[in-house]
Structures are given as C-alpha cells and as structure tokens.
Design a protein around this ligand. Structure first.
Ligand SMILES: [Ca+2]
Ligand SMILES: [Ca+2]
Length: 178
C-alpha cells in the first residue's frame, strides 16, 4: 500500500513539474526581440574597433521592441532551422548582453568569440542563407532568409521591428534604421 502510494506520489509530482514548466513557458512567451538589421559583406562600412584592429566583420543588430530590459545571454543563433541551439551567446556578462526597452545591440558575426561576448562563433554568407535567433529554451524568436548581398549593403526592417525588409546603402549598426 505504502509503495503504491509512493509511486502515485512520484507520478503526481512529475506531472506537476511538467505542467508547471509548460505554464511558465506559456506565461512568459517569447521575448520581444527581432533581428533588426544585418550585414553579410562588410568591405569598408563599419569597422569592428572593439578588437583594436578595425576588422571589417559581418554584424547583426538586435532590437528590443518591448517595455522591459532583455538579457540575450544564453540565447542562440543558428544558420540551420533544424539546429536552433548551434551558437550560444555567452551568459557571463549580462551588463553587455542586456538590451534596454526600445534599444539596440550590435553583435559581430566575426567567428572570433575570443574578442568578447558580443562576438559570435560564425560569419554570415554573403551569397545568402538562413539566419535564426532562438531563446534559452530553443524557441524561435525571429528568423530571416536572405539572398546574395552587395558589399557594404545591409538588410533591415523599416521602421524598426516591423515586417518590411529593405536594403540600406547607409547602414545603421547599433542604431535605429533610417
Ligand atoms: Ca572582430
Ligand atoms: Ca540599425
């Protein structure tokens, strides 16, 4: 009798944990972030001066269109829909990876993670590819597939956060799209 009660208790506990997790995920919803602009062929546009070498690296701009700060540390980028957790953004420096409400964060897709937490392990393909941004649970935040891009031309949303994508000859890395 006691043994079956214990087994019943464990099953009930497991159900409670699963239901609680689903509830928390559902209640939170995905963060209010978008891929707002990016450049896949940075020839002379905008140097990555943070490394001290003025490297002309690919970059991705994330925009927080919500009303609360969001830390993207622990979230993921991927170039493959089937592997959402391919590239994790380090969660070790929230002061660098937190985006204020209405704010922008510039990430360098330079394949040089040793240059800091805002430097991703991969580069973008100027011939076009899939780019996905996923939260800590692997849920889709935003995705965009792009085609061949000219040097120093960025692609982004206009206005910020909206679904209209345009090419920009005057890119605005880390700032509102103009
Ligand atoms: Ca760099
Ligand atoms: Ca911008």
């Amino acid at each position: 009798m006691t043994r079956s009660l214990n087994a019943f208790g464990l099953v009930a506990l497991a159900i409670l944990i699963v239901a609680g997790t689903i509830f928390v995920l559902f209640r939170e919803g995905p963060p209010k972030l978008v891929i707002n602009e990016f450049m896949a062929d940075n020839a002379t546009c905008c140097p990555d001066i943070s490394s001290g070498t003025n490297e002309f690296d690919d970059w991705i701009e994330i925009h927080n269109y919500g009303t609360v700060p969001v830390n993207i540390g622990g979230m993921y980028f991927s170039q493959h829909k089937s592997k959402p957790t391919a590239h994790k953004i380090p969660d070790t420096q929230p002061e660098l990876t937190t985006i204020p409400p209405g704010g922008f964060l510039l990430l360098w897709a330079d394949g040089s993670p040793e240059q800091g937490v805002l430097h991703l392990k991969f580069r973008l393909d100027q011939d076009g590819e899939f780019l996905g941004f996923f939260d800590q649970h692997g849920r889709t935040i935003d995705t965009h597939s792009f085609r061949n891009l000219s040097p120093d031309v960025s692609v982004g949303r206009r206005p910020d956060g909206k679904n209209e994508w345009v090419e920009f000859n005057s890119p605005t890395p880390g700032r509102s799209n103009q």
